[in-house]
Design a protein around this ligand. Structure first.
Ligand code: SF4
Length: 414
C-alpha cells in the first residue's frame, strides 16, 4: 500500500515516524512523497500545544484518504480524534507495530505502559536516536506524560550498536532524543555519562547533539556534561527547558528546581564550556503567572541570554492539573507572548551578530532555504554554498536572528 506520514511536534515524534516508515517498507508497503499520492495517510500527532492540536484536527478533517492516527494526542485523548472521521484507525504510542494491521482494517489499538525501543535510520546525513521514553516528572501542564508514561530507558548496548551501524553508513549527526535526556538510565542502573562514554568511542566522523534535559537532572551530571561538551564528537550545545523565570510559577508547575539553582547550573556550564549554545523552553501565561512573575521571566531571558527560546503561550491541556486552575485572559497571554518574543529576537540577533567576522569550522549537514545548512561545533546554523557532507572553514559574513551566513575560506585564508 502507498502511505504518507504527516508528523507533528518534537524530534522524538520525528524518530517515531522514521521508525514506522522503515517498518512499513520492510513489510512491503511504499512510502510516497505527498498526501495526494498516498492510499493511506498516517498522522503522527502531538499533544503539547493547543495550536498544534487545532492544526491536526483541521488536517485530519480535510484529508480525503484512509487515515491512521497515532502519537501522543491519540494516546492521551483518543476520543478527540476518533470523532473526526468515521473510518479512522487509532494506534497508541506503545503499539506502533499495529499500524501494519491498521493499514488493512479499521480498529483501535491503544494500551498503556509498554515501551518499545525504536530502530533508528539514516535520514540524509542525520539520524535521530531515541534513548528513552517517558519521564520522572509530573509537570502540571503536561499532556506528554499522560501519553508516554514513566521513564523507560532503552538498552545502552543496543543504542550504541545501532549508532555504530549508522556511523559506518556515513551518519554525520546523531540527535539523541527523549522526553528528558538528563535522567537517561536512572531506571536501569546506568546514566547519560555512561552512555556518552561509549558513544564517543564509536568510530566515524560524526557529532552528537544532546537533546532536551530537565534542569534538576542536568544539575546532577553537570561535571560530566562539561567534559563531554568539550569532546570533538559532541556539539557544544545544550537544551535545558526552564519554563518560567519565577519560583512561584515553577512550584505550581511542579518543576523540581529553583531559578537560583538553574542560574547556578547555567553559570557553571558557561564558564566551563566556551561558546556554549543554550536552548530553552518557556511557557508564558501559566494560570498563576502574575505580571511580576512574567517580569521575572523577562529578567531571566535578559540575564542568561539564551541562544534559542522555544516560546509557548500556555494552553490548558485536557486532563492535566493546570487545566483545572483559573485561566488567564487570552489577550493578556498573547500580549506577554509578543513581549517575550521581542526580547528573544533581540537577544538572539545580538548574539548572532557578535559572530560576524569570526572564522569557524563547519560541516554541511542538510539542505535549507535553497542553500546548504552547516553546523559549527557549537551547533550554530551557518548557511553556505557547498555540497552535503563537506567540512571546511568559513568566515561568518552576516547574521540573522535564526541563522548565520558564511563564506567558504580557501586553505591559505585561515
Ligand atoms: S518532565 Fe514534565 S514536561 Fe517533561 S515530559 Fe515529563 S511531565 Fe512532561
Amino acid at each position: 500500500m502507498k502511505f504518507y506520514i504527516k508528523t507533528y511536534g518534537c524530534s522524538f515524534n520525528q524518530a517515531d515516524s522514521e521508525n514506522i516508515e522503515a517498518f512499513l517498507q520492510k513489510n512491503g508497503h511504499e512510502r510516497v512523497e505527498s498526501e495526494e499520492k498516498a492510499e493511506v495517510v498516517i498522522f503522527n500527532t502531538c499533544g503539547v500545544k493547543d495550536s498544534t492540536e487545532n492544526r491536526i484536527v483541521n488536517d485530519i478533517k480535510k484529508c480525503g484518504k484512509k487515515i491512521i492516527a497515532t502519537g501522543c494526542l491519540v494516546q492521551a485523548q483518543p476520543d478527540k480524534i476518533s470523532v473526526l472521521k468515521k473510518d479512522i484507525s487509532l494506534v497508541g504510542t506503545f503499539d506502533n507495530i499495529k499500524i501494519l494491521d491498521a493499514l488493512t482494517s479499521k480498529g483501535v489499538w491503544i494500551r498503556k505502559g509498554l515501551n518499545v525501543p525504536s530502530k533508528p535510520k539514516l535520514n540524509g546525513l542525520v539520524s535521530t536516536i531515541q534513548v528513552s521514553t517517558g519521564c520522572l516528572g509530573n509537570c502540571t501542564f503536561c499532556q506528554t506524560k499522560l501519553a508516554r508514561g514513566s521513564l523507560k530507558s532503552f538498552d545502552e548496548s543496543k543504542i550504541v550498536k545501532n549508532m555504530e551501524g549508522l556511523a559506518e553508513k556515513g551518519c554525520r549527526e546523531f540527535r539523541l532524543t527523549s522526553q528528558d535526556l538528563g535522567c537517561y538510565g536512572f531506571d536501569a542502573g546506568t546514566s547519560l555519562p555512561s552512555l556518552l562514554e561509549k558513544i564517543v568511542e564509536i568510530k566515524g566522523n560524526f557529532k552528537v547533539r544532546l537533546g532536551m534535559m530537565n534542569p534538576e537532572h542536568a544539575i546532577q551530571i553537570k561535571n560530566d556534561l562539561v567534559k563531554f561538551l568539550k569532546n570533538d564528537k559532541i556539539y557544544n550545545f545544550i537544551h535545558i527547558p526552564v519554563q518560567s523565570g519565577s519560583d512561584a510559577v515553577l512550584e505550581k508547575m511542579n518543576r523540581n528546581y529553583t531559578i537560583s539553582e538553574f542560574k547556578e547550573l547555567i553559570g557553571f556550564l558557561k564558564s566551563n564550556s566556551k561558546d556554549l549554545t543554550i536552548e530553552t523552553d518557556l511557557i508564558v501565561g501559566f494560570p498563576t503567572e502574575s505580571r511580576d512573575d512574567f517580569n521575572e521571566t523577562l529578567q531571566l531571558m535578559n540575564e542568561v541570554k539564551f541562544d534559542i527560546v522555544n516560546l509557548s503561550k500556555f494552553s490548558a491541556r485536557k486532563n492535566t492539573p493546570a487545566a483545572l486552575m483559573k485561566q488567564l485572559n487570552k489577550n493578556e497571554i498573547k500580549k506577554r507572548s509578543v513581549e517575550a518574543s521581542a526580547v528573544y529576537k533581540r537577544i538572539s540577533l545580538e548574539k548572532n551578530t557578535e559572530m560576524v567576522g569570526r572564522v569557524e569550522k563547519v560541516t554541511v549537514i542538510e539542505k535549507a532555504r535553497g542553500l546548504m545548512l552547516s553546523r559549527t561545533k557549537s551547533y550554530k546554523p551557518v548557511l553556505v554554498n557547498a555540497e552535503l557532507g563537506e567540512e571546511f572553514f568559513v568566515k561568518i559574513t552576516s547574521a540573522g536572528q535564526s541563522h548565520l551566513i558564511g563564506e567558504r575560506l580557501l586553505n591559505n585564508e585561515y
